[in-house]
Design a protein around this ligand. Sequence first.
Ligand SMILES: Cc1cc2nc3c(=O)[nH]c(=O)nc-3n(C[C@H](O)[C@H](O)[C@H](O)COP(=O)(O)O)c2cc1C
Length: 222
Amino acid sequence: MDVIEAIRTRKSIRGYKTDPVPKEILKEILDVAARAPSSMNTQPWEVAIITGEVLDNIKRSNIEMLMSGAMPNPDMPGEAYEGVYRQRQVDVAVQLFQLMGIAREDKERKAEWMQRGFRFFDAPAAIILSVDRSLNESRSLFDIGTISQTICLTALNYGLGTCIEGQGVMYPEVVRKYAGIPESKRILICIAIGYPDWDFPANKVESKREPVESIATWCGFD
Ligand SMILES: Cc1cc2nc3c(=O)[nH]c(=O)nc-3n(C[C@H](O)[C@H](O)[C@H](O)COP(=O)(O)O)c2cc1C
């Protein structure tokens, strides 16, 4: 697949077929994606690939935590967005809820939707990305970003869809327990991965982007 086509067609997939993803394919994806650049070639990423019973245990335990009202305590905390950032967040959420037929005031279905994220959108596999706590936080975060997008783009070559997501690792103690990730590693993000179910309404989402004119400042051009 052409690189431009891959970048333009990649989108977050939030509904998957149940078909398992063969280990060999996941291995090939990681082999390619590990070509991602990193600060001074430090390659800080540590990757746990989860499926089967381990994934089921994490999903179940995540939902138990969520339902119990336990406060999420992610190793990479999020933030409450404001202004234009909040607006963009709302825009995509409104689109997702419309596609899923979830009304604004329907708390029950909104809660169900949130649970999907904590269940890795029912993907048959998930990739957990961690870095050693001894590393500089911002550099290693950047490096995890480069490999994350590279994994998502490479996956397209195998007909696979992905969703980078914070929700799956909101309770890092759960992931640590079942995936055997030690406390010395900061669990930063996960990627749900599997064959897209194109009939799943949320997969029709078309997230918007700002035009180049509003993000770019041209310097030294005529
Ligand atoms: C760091 C990061 C965390 C994300 N966490 C979530 C998440 O927890 N749940 C979710 O549904 N999507 C999550 N996303 C996906 C974004 O919502 C998505 O990338 C954005 O809306 C743009 O849509 P697109 O990926 O379809 O182009 C995350 C993406 C990134 C890069």
